[in-house]
Write a protein that binds this ligand. Structure first.
Ligand SMILES: [Ca+2]
Ligand SMILES: [Ca+2]
Ligand SMILES: [Ca+2]
Ligand SMILES: [Ca+2]
Length: 461
């Protein structure tokens, strides 16, 4: 026993002496994506007498550790490394977004970026913008499509995020013919390859004194070369595509698209669509604004539709409606008509959020002026702005209860194009705010902050 102890002691001593004489090597850790790497020295004594460290990669919120790269090729975590030579090790973290979700999710998710606060975008009044991670690096990028009144087609753009919300132009799009006047771009993984795709609702440019030139919608699909293929959907009718929404209404695993022209596009699972005009059974018109959302939580996506409800003599629908889905079709018999608002009979956007935390979602309608007087004259068309908050009583009844939820909810200035409800300043309370403060050059973004009574007070008048 004694002999053994002496031997062990000798061994340790000799190891220590050897270690002192061994060069020590640098370990340089780099990080890709967002997370931290913690290092701990395990022991001074290893089979090779070199220092051994344990590396532990801890991902930031919403990110995932993938693997070690450089002088270490492994996905094991934590992992031990012997420093018998200088080592450069990269820890790779990714953030994965599931794009096989209704387009409303991306329209209203926390992934949104304020285009006004982003240098290099130089975009004002872009109703064709969308946010997604187009190069799969975990950082949200910006998609822009021409939405102005020029008669020609302008190429769309993807601006990539360097990870610090600095954006640079890219050349990721093949056959970039471009769009005429994109009123809404929606995000979804239409060809189910894990990468975001974009469908562009294009109503054509405004022709002074006439109306709008019509247009075909466009589609931008990801491909296997990590680029995107742009297609003008010339098979679809030349029409006034003001709104569109996507969602898997038939629960067969792929995203289908509903256009505000009452046209359904049924996905074959690869991002090719067949047209269907019989699934949506509503006789009246005036539909310009549409979203998919499961309002009654039965697992089937429902459709909310609206737009102009000024005059039934023109075929306008009486008010916005929710059509409850059943996986097959959308009919008036499974619909609820939402309260209209006299003289504010144009609805341009919806936001759907539980404003007061009672478990029921409120529907915010973004309205502007428009009504028809007794002489059949259109009054105040697209003049002013108004928000209407509808409170859910049951699946069959919503009531206008705007003043219960917010103050200062209408005015004479420029109408609001889109509204969001999100905790933008991360104080744990929701804000209601204009999506793009520079739309129509208002330069006076309308924002409401939630107080302790779940009431939303306007903070910039
Ligand atoms: Ca990106
Ligand atoms: Ca895709
Ligand atoms: Ca489907
Ligand atoms: Ca439903």
């Amino acid at each position: 026993m004694r002999i053994l102890s002496i031997c062990l002691l000798t061994f340790v001593l000799s190891c220590s002496e050897d270690l002192d004489n061994l060069p020590t090597y640098n370990l340089i850790i780099s990080i890709e994506g967002e997370g931290e790497v913690f290092q701990e020295t395990i022991s001074d004594v290893t089979p090779s007498n070199h220092e051994e460290v344990e590396l532990n990669a801890v991902a930031s919120e919403n990110w995932t550790f993938v693997k070690w790269e450089g002088d270490l090729d492994s996905s094991e975590n934590p992992i031990r490394v012997i420093l018998d030579e200088p080592k450069n090790i990269n820890a790779k973290f990714i953030r994965y977004f599931d794009y096989n979700q209704p387009s409303y999710f991306f329209k209203n998710s926390d992934l949104w970026l304020d285009l006004n606060e982003i240098s290099g975008t130089n975009q004002r009044n872009n109703t064709g913008s969308a946010i997604a991670d187009f190069n799969n690096d975990g950082y949200n990028d910006i998609f822009l499509a021409e939405s102005g009144n020029s008669a020609d087609l302008d190429p769309v753009q993807i601006l990539l995020n360097d990870g610090g919300n600095n954006f640079y132009s890219s050349d990721l799009i093949n056959n970039n013919i471009g769009t005429d006047a994109t009123r809404k771009s929606i995000v979804g993984d239409y060809n189910l390859d894990g990468m975001p795709d974009i469908f562009m609702a294009d109503h054509g440019h405004e022709v002074p004194g006439v109306f709008f030139d019509f247009a075909h919608p466009s589609l931008m699909l990801s491909n296997e070369n990590n680029t995107y293929d742009f297609t003008t959907l010339t098979d679809l009718p030349l029409e006034f595509y003001h709104g569109a929404a996507s969602g898997d209404f038939d629960n067969d695993g792929d995203l289908d698209i509903f256009c505000s022209t009452k046209l359904f596009l049924i996905n074959d699972g690869n991002g090719a669509f067949s047209q269907n005009t019989s699934l949506f059974q509503e006789n009246s018109g005036g539909i310009y604004t549409v979203e998919f959302y499961d309002f009654n939580k039965d697992g089937f996506l429902d459709l909310i539709c609206g737009g102009h409800s000024m005059f039934d003599g023109w075929g306008d629908m009486p008010s916005s409606k929710i059509y409850y889905g059943n996986g097959v079709d959308f009919t008036e018999t499974r619909s609820v008509t939402l309260p209209n608002l006299q003289e504010w009979e144009v609805t341009v956007d919806y936001a759907i959020t539980d404003l007061n935390g009672d478990g029921n979602e409120e529907i915010l309608l973004v309205r502007t002026g428009g009504y028809v007087n007794e002489n059949n004259e259109m009054i105040n068309f697209y003049n002013g702005w108004r928000i209407q908050v509808l409170e859910k009583i049951s699946d069959d009844e919503y009531i206008d209860n705007t003043s219960k939820f917010m103050n200062n909810y209408y005015g004479n200035s420029q109408w609001i194009v889109r509204l969001r409800v999100q905790d933008i300043d991360n104080d744990g309370k929701l804000e209601i705010f204009e999506n793009d403060r520079s739309n129509h050059q208002t330069n006076n973004p309308r924002v409401w902050k939630q107080n302790s009574e779940n009431f939303y007070e306007r903070i910039n008048l």
